[in-house]
Design a binder for this molecule. Structure first.
Ligand SMILES: O=C(O)C(=O)C[C@]1(C(=O)O)C=C[C@@H](O)C=C1
Length: 622
């Protein structure tokens, strides 16, 4: 979906950043060439055009667009629907008409977006879904109802603020020194609308003429009621039943202090103190929201940590400020860490588990069998990153593939195990079933591209050679990443879990070359964990001198002690060509004396873990 923002003022800027941060192709067009990223001639290359021009320019802008691109979906964001809709209809556009109830300086999250017209196009669904996912509150009403509501909502608020300004005109040169918080907030709001485009307020009031009569009548009634104590009390009691959302009104009023013009060191320090206490209260609010999100994740079986949500958030935040982006990111990363810790705490998650992601990978499938819940899972895109997450303490455990019955050893795991300060404490064996999946049912002959992880492709090579010889193979970093690449002519090799998660069609089940395709996973933790006593296996690395019999002398230790080796691999040491490091798995927990004996016969020896087979990993207790 290619999006054009027509009009790069405040609102245009908001939508531009919003969609760009979410990975869409977005360009801005403006009559002012300095703000334009494309020329007028190029506006026919877009599927969606957000119309973000001032009211008076709507008609001309639509005429301009109609000359170049009549098939695009127009997104009308105007406050007053009678200014855009008649022209959209006349020119025969498909259009989505919304009223975003926020200004250029606001945040889309928690803002109200009113939808008054849809054409039924797929792009509309995508746009509204993005708004919804960003936390906007979306409601649908008719154009007539919209206009009525806007008279009540904007018409009343603006009229009363103008009235406030009119009444106090000339009286409050020093408003800031005498004002109460409520007064100052109203003063500020009146100033805000008075200093914006008067035409907008004129049009809104034009739509609210009837309502203004009611306001004036009510003012007269209220004046009478206020003359009598009992009548006034009665009115307040009645109003209280409806107007009861005063919770947190103090935060609203305190936030006002941050807009004060402070001068002099004492006042400035007071200003910073006021900001700090507000920031603290807002952090508490943030964490409180996190606790609620955690309960939702429990219901939906979603992980606590969702890195793409965090990435979009950080990207958006740094584009909104001139402050040092690295530091701003750090601050918000810390805030998210605080929130996540609280989410883990409230859900009773004691240990976090790093797995290969994104969701839907075979590693996740294994993790779900072991842990039984997505909550503690932290998704990493590479095996190396799982090791880093465990080493740095971000995750308590990591689940990494070590060996597959068809492909043999997973070398990235072996190499990372040697380099990082982690240890293996358990292993788990899992049956891997590969499936050919696609966005919709497709005959095999129509599949032009197959995406998957190289291991998965290799494990299904027989099937691919026999049934998909014409298809192009494209490797991805994970099987679930393959799913993200799918279009209508391609397929991916993925787990059944992924097919369910991403609502895909399973074209062929169990396409792996052997009927039994098993992968063994290591479960790792930071080095120095407590030994359980029931470990029955050891894995270790060692190096030997480059001379005849050196390896034999090491193997002799195992032989003499009657210990079976179930695995022996050599890896380049990374020093000179021909220098090797050996990796072995012994079917016993090696005692100290045996390790000592091996050390004597090797140039280097690292025990990478004493471990046992498990079928559950408890992360909720202990
Ligand atoms: O949006 C969520 O799911 C949250 O829990 C909030 C939050 C955050 O602190 O911003 C925390 C954890 C997720 O990784 C993403 C974001």
């Amino acid at each position: 979906m290619r999006i054009l923002i027509y009009g790069m003022g405040g609102m245009g800027g908001i939508f531009h950043r919003f969609f760009e941060n979410r990975g869409y192709f977005v360009k801005g067009y403006d009559l002012n060439p300095d703000r334009s990223e494309v020329s007028y001639g190029e506006i026919d290359g877009f599927d969606v055009i957000f119309l973000c021009v001032p009211m008076d320019e709507i008609e001309n802008a639509l005429e301009d667009i109609a000359r170049k691109n009549r098939s695009a979906l127009i997104v009308d964001i105007s406050t007053l629907k009678n200014l855009a809709i008649p022209h959209l209809e006349r020119l025969g556009f498909d259009y989505l008409s919304i009223h975003p109830m926020f200004g250029p300086d606001s945040e889309i999250g928690l803002s109200n977006i009113i939808v008054v017209h849809e054409s039924g196009r797929e792009e509309e669904r995508v746009i509204l879904e993005e708004f919804r996912r960003a936390g906007a509150i979306i409601s649908h009403i008719s154009v007539e109802e919209h206009d009525r509501k806007m008279a009540e909502i904007q018409g009343t608020a603006h009229f009363l603020l103008f009235l406030f300004a009119l009444t106090l005109r000339g009286r409050f040169g020093k408003a800031y020194h005498y004002g109460s918080p409520i007064f100052l907030v109203m003063h500020k709001l009146a100033s805000r609308i008075i200093n914006q485009d008067w035409r907008l307020y004129y049009h809104i009031q034009k739509n609210a003429e009837e309502l203004r009569k009611e306001i004036l009548e009510n003012a007269r009634v209220l004046d009478e009621i206020m003359k009598d104590e009992r009548s006034f009390k009665g009115l307040v009691d009645e109003l209280r039943e409806e107007f009861d959302d005063y919770r947190d009104s103090t935060i609203v009023l305190d936030a006002y202090k941050t807009t004060v013009n402070a001068e002099g060191i004492d006042m400035l320090r007071g200003y910073i103190r006021a900001i700090d206490s507000l920031v603290l209260r807002l952090i508490e609010k943030r964490v409180e929201a996190g606790r609620k999100v955690a309960m939702e994740k429990l219901k939906l079986n979603e992980p606590v940590e969702i890195s793409h949500v965090e990435d979009v958030k950080l990207r958006e935040l740094v584009t909104k400020t001139e402050l040092n982006p690295v530091m701003v990111s750090e601050i918000f990363e810390r805030l998210m860490k605080l929130t996540k810790e609280e989410e883990y705490r409230i859900l009773g998650v004691r240990k976090k588990v790093a797995v290969l992601g994104p969701p839907g990978s075979f590693s996740e499938e294994t993790a779900l069998k072991l842990v039984g819940s997505r909550l503690p899972l932290i998704y990493q895109s590479k095996v190396e990153d799982i090791f880093l997450a465990v080493e740095s303490g971000k995750a308590d455990y990591g689940i990494v593939p070590i060996e597959n019955s068809l492909q043999g050893t997973v070398l990235q795991t072996l190499d990372a195990l040697l380099r990082h300060d982690v240890e293996v404490f358990a292993e788990y064996e899992s049956e891997i079933r590969h499936n050919l999946v696609a966005k919709k049912r497709l005959p095999l002959r129509d599949i032009e591209v197959v995406y998957s992880h190289p291991q998965a492709i290799a494990q299904c090579s027989e099937f691919i050679n026999n049934y998909l010889p014409h298809a192009e193979i494209r490797y991805t970093r994970t099987t679930s990443e393959a799913i993200e690449m799918l279009d209508d002519r391609s397929a991916a090799i993925a787990s059944e879990l992924a097919a369910k998660l991403y609502r895909l069609q399973v074209i062929k089940r169990d396409i792996q070359s052997l009927t039994s395709n098993r992968t063994r996973f290591y479960i790792i933790r930071r080095s120095g964990g407590s030994v359980n006593g029931d470990e029955s296996l050891t894995c270790l690395f060692f190096g030997v001198d480059d001379r005849p019999g050196a390896l034999y002398r090491v193997l002799e230790v195992f032989y003499k002690n009657g210990i079976n080796l179930r695995k022996l691999e050599s890896r380049p040491a990374g020093t000179r060509l021909g220098d090797y490091i050996f990796f072995a798995e012994a079917e016993e927990k090696l005692g100290e004396n045996i390790v000592e004996e091996i050390k004597k016969r090797t140039t280097f020896c690292k025990v990478a873990g004493f471990f046992r087979k498990v079928d559950r990993l408890d992360v909720f207790t202990g």
